[in-house]
Design a protein around this ligand. Structure first.
Ligand SMILES: [Zn+2]
Length: 399
């Protein structure tokens, strides 16, 4: 039995049942911004290598298959037999104005010593029907840092290492917080209690079933770039905190907390919804979770009205925008999901509140219906609370 493939005897009864874990091991030469990944495949008779999940047209990495020292010819989606599979990934030096997390690519900071790994275009997968029950990726670190590989319908692995973390834990969650802005950690008393409150509220609303054990990675990015964002990974939330000349300012905190909450919602609610629902809700609830705190953000409906005045496609309904985004690749419609859709959820919540209810209690219902619409169950329940006329008005304005 070789290192890398851990075998567990699952039963003492015959026939012997074996279940095994496949380990993808990532190693790094000191200071070298290349990552070498290898998988011990010696216990597998035959397997295929699947191309990595992709966000772009980037070529998948070239892999090498070894039998001892000998290289075995091989290509993606072909039957293979060898002892070790390996490939290398280059990491790009990050933007001096701060890592733009929306890019979700492999990056590092020579200055600060961190590395960010993104599964997109980076992680070929070994596929076999020979008893592999789980797969892990182990990244470099002081201790062994191994993470379960998500399935292909789950969020991608997005991981950071190279700088110290602090652990934030409560009864039902544990976060490893890392940041390339030391003030985020030094000033945690300013924002962390609020984030904990938000998380308690949000995990109730979305009745999070699973235990939370996530990386929480915070990257500084200058406000002047005009884009700070976040990305939810499988067991990680990754966000930008806006900086002014390298420093945290008062305006940094509401954005940090909002983006953290937005990405956390993606982790708590993993149901597959059309994008206008997923993004609009994450953004609405991220803002709502800050409402009674000192970090409350400007009213989303008023914000939308201001944006709509200068947006040529503001009148496009959310369903149509989602359809054209998916079917005609009309990317510009995406911004409606972070603005108009937020205003929709806010107004619906206000109508429900006027009727003595709250949108919160509807969140565990199935939300997605046919053809980008909301589900019939959800719509019927809402209509019985606010009335058909109010619902028709909302539909007319937003959907
Ligand atoms: Zn989002």
């Amino acid at each position: 039995m070789k290192k890398g493939l851990i075998l567990f005897t699952a039963s003492t009864l015959s026939p012997l049942v074996l279940a095994s874990t496949l380990v993808y091991e990532a190693k790094q030469a000191d200071g070298n911004p290349r990552l070498k990944l290898s998988v011990d495949t010696s216990e597998i008779e035959t397997f295929e290598v699947m191309k990595p999940r992709n966000l772009t047209e980037a070529e998948p990495p070239k892999f090498v298959c070894y039998n001892g020292e000998q290289v075995v010819e091989g290509a993606y989606n072909q039957s293979l037999t060898c002892d070790t599979l390996s490939w290398e990934l280059p990491f790009l030096q990050t933007d001096p104005l701060g890592f733009n997390i929306a890019e979700q690519t492999n990056q590092y900071s020579a200055e600060k010593g961190w590395f960010f790994f993104s599964e997109w275009s980076s992680l070929p997968r070994v596929q076999t029907d020979q008893g592999i029950t789980e797969s892990k990726l182990c990244v470099p670190g002081v201790l062994e840092n191994c993470y379960d590989l998500p399935t292909l319908d789950q969020a991608p692995l997005l991981l950071m290492w190279g700088i110290d973390s602090i652990v934030i834990s409560e009864q039902n969650y544990r976060f490893e917080l890392r940041s390339d802005v030391s003030a985020v950690i030094d000033n945690q008393a300013q924002w962390l209690p609020t984030f904990k409150q938000q998380l308690n509220y949000l995990s109730q609303v979305f009745s999070a079933p699973q235990e939370i054990n996530w990386q929480m990675n915070v990257f500084g990015r200058e406000m002047e770039t005009g884009n700070v964002s976040g990305a939810a990974g499988y067991s990680s939330i990754n966000v930008n905190v806006p900086l002014k000349d390298g420093a945290l300012v008062d305006a940094s905190y509401p954005h940090l907390l909002k983006i953290l909450a937005h990405e956390a919602i993606h982790g708590l609610d993993t149901r597959a919804h059309p994008l206008w629902i997923t993004e609009g809700l994450a953004e609405y609830y991220a803002q709502k979770s800050l409402k009674q705190t000192p970090f409350a953000l400007p009213d989303a409906k008023i914000q939308w009205q201001a944006i709509a005045q200068r947006l040529p496609f503001a009148a496009t309904g959310l369903l149509q925008a989602n359809r054209d985004l998916v079917e005609l690749n009309q990317q510009h419609y995406q911004m409606l999901f972070y603005t108009k859709a937020v205003a929709f959820w806010q107004q619906l919540d206000e109508e429900l509140s006027a009727a003595g209810q709250s949108l919160d209690t509807y969140m565990t219902q199935p939300l997605a219906g046919e053809d980008y619409q909301l589900s019939t169950e959800f719509t019927q329940a809402v209509i019985s609370a606010i009335g058909a006329e109010k619902w028709a008005q909302l539909t007319e304005v937003y959907l």
